[in-house]
Design a protein around this ligand. Structure first.
Ligand code: IDP
Ligand code: MG
Length: 153
């Protein structure tokens, strides 16, 4: 099964949406393999958002991501990377389709509720960035055979 990273951004904590957002992933059938609150730093954000370092909004983005702690989650499931990414919706909340997390909970291009890994390769890199191996847990969901058919497992 795949593992992917979700960060609940400061806007989500400030707006009291943490439970709602995590609940969506739980209800979809994704397994929570790790979860923690952490204060991000300039150092980790320079790595995490390296692809945006030349953008005019880079510093504003980083300041916003450091304005409160975030909640980092590792979610697991078959095709979890693409499934979770699709659930989060388009980057700009104003363009995100209703029914997606961003499409239901935000109006901003930046204050957009969640970070979700965009590929299997990046998910592995990002999970290693935010979690120590011992902070990720393996356990078998008791409803596993009702989440997936036998020939999917
Ligand atoms: P993603 O979060 O959908 O993967 P990325 O392009 O990786 O989008 O950008 C990372 C984050 O940077 C976005 O989630 C958003 O918070 C912020 N961001 C991206 N593009 C813009 C922009 O044009 N204006 C302001 N913030 C942006
Ligand atoms: Mg991205």
């Amino acid at each position: 099964m795949e593992k992917t990273l979700v960060l609940l951004k400061p806007c989500t904590l400030q707006r009291g949406l943490v439970g709602e957002v995590i609940s969506r992933f739980e209800k979809r059938g994704l397994r929570l393999a790790g979860m923690k609150m952490m204060q991000l730093t300039d150092e980790i954000l320079n790595e995490h958002y390296a692809h945006l370092r030349e953008k005019p909004f880079f510093q504003i983005l980083k300041d916003s991501m450091m304005s409160t702690p975030v909640i980092a989650c590792c979610l697991e499931g078959i095709d979890a990377v693409n499934t979770v990414r699709a659930m989060s919706g388009a980057t700009n909340g104003r363009n995100a389709v209703p029914g997606t997390i961003r499409g239901d909970y935000c109006m901003s291009n930046q204050q957009n509720i969640v970070h979700t890994s965009d590929s299997l390769e990046n998910a592995a890199i990002e999970l290693a960035r935010f979690f120590k191996p011992e902070e990720l847990f393996d356990y078998t969901p008791s409803n596993l055979h009702y989440l997936y058919a036998l020939d999917e497992l």
